[in-house]
Design a protein around this ligand. Structure first.
Ligand SMILES: *Cc1c(COP(=O)(O)O)cnc(C)c1O
Length: 332
């Protein structure tokens, strides 16, 4: 795909590694599990939003913006990385934080919340669940304009077609890298939240005719609702690239590992976070990759993959949030 026609900033110097999880594979006794280390992308703490921001911030700069405005949950990795990109580019950053769980915002909380302050956020607005987040961000942009400044609004998770190009590029990277490594993958698994990662990977794989199935593991929504959101964004991303329509049946987003709701811990998440730490020294996160890996482990135990099949888990980052969940994750 001709991605070079889209302006891009570079925040990760080289492809992120693909590594074999030998101990986890032996522990599960079925498929071979591999991991794409997108927790090690550039910008403070790394994670999947860095790839989307390469395209989004390039557009912000082209428009002459002096301030990035975005939104997320109270422990949002996307907000941390948008702020980190602003710092890198010499821009200001304002955040709108949604209390998706009532009363979940604590100004003195650790994890990403601590980093918002340390990285020098210009202003944080905390709102209740169900608030019109787009309107809240537009209001900030209007206030800045009235003061002679220029804001650039980035949607939650950086998940619009431009941001999703980051994961179209990642799909190309995975295909080229696995070819170089002589690694023939059979399946890819990723977390599915605001949908940009899932949709971007899907469009990249389809655009390259990879014929490699992709399974998203939901962290928030019910299956049909999430599959609809991923499909809609994939269609718009494909249109941006001039690719054909995305078949609905290529979108799979399983909801069996969401638990009681977004960011609420589950036993399977705690097991997955501990297993990856203790078997592989890999830090997952409690909100996204812990539940996504719980899904991969659950599928492997159910026999969804054939013995010896090679399954790639896309590690989308998030480990700074671990420090806000110590009470759930400590063994004693
Ligand atoms: C945002 C996020 C995701 C989900 O990615 P989307 O593109 O929003 O679906 C997964 N993992 C981590 C660590 C994230 O911060």
């Amino acid at each position: 795909m001709h991605l070079a026609r889209f302006p891009r900033r570079r925040y990760t110097p080289a492809p992120t590694a693909i590594e074999k999880l030998a101990h986890l594979s032996a522990h599960l006794g079925g498929p071979e599990i591999w991991i794409k280390r997108d927790d090690q992308t550039g910008l403070t703490g790394g994670g999947n939003k860095t790839r989307k921001l390469e395209f989004l911030v390039a557009e912000a700069l082209a428009q002459g913006a002096d301030t990035l405005i975005t939104q997320g949950a109270v422990q949002s990795n996307h907000c941390r990385l948008t702020l980190a990109a602003a710092v890198r580019e010499g821009l200001k950053c304002r955040l709108v934080l949604e209390q998706r769980v009532a009363g979940s915002y604590r100004p003195d909380a650790s994890g990403n919340n601590f980093l918002f302050d340390l990285l020098g956020v210009e202003a944080v607005t905390v709102v209740d669940a169900g608030t019109d987040m787009t309107a809240a961000m537009d209001k900030i942009a209007d206030d800045l304009a009235a003061a002679g400044r220029r804001g650039y609004v980035i949607p939650g998770g950086g998940s619009n077609p431009l941001g999703a190009l980051g994961y179209v590029a990642c799909a190309e990277e995975i295909l080229a890298q696995s070819f170089d490594m002589g690694l023939s993958l059979d399946h890819i698994v990723c977390a599915s939240g605001s949908a940009g990662t899932h949709a971007g990977l899907l469009v990249g794989l389809l655009g390259c005719n990879a014929q490699l199935p992709l399974t998203g593991i939901n962290v928030r929504r019910a299956r049909l609702e999430q599959e609809g959101a991923v499909h809609a964004l994939a269609e718009r991303t494909a249109a941006l690239l001039g690719l054909p329509s995305v078949p609905r049946e290529t979108v799979t987003a399983l909801d069996r590992w969401v638990g009681p709701g977004y960011s609420i811990p589950t036993e399977e998440m705690v097991e997955a976070v501990r297993l990856l730490a203790r078997l592989e020294g890999v830090l997952l996160d409690p909100v996204y990759t812990g539940k996504a890996m719980a899904g991969l482990i659950g599928l492997a135990r159910e026999g969804a993959f054939k013995p010896g099949e090679r399954v790639l888990f896309v590690h989308t980052g998030g480990s700074p949030a671990l420090y806000a969940y110590q009470d759930v994750l400590r063994s004693a």
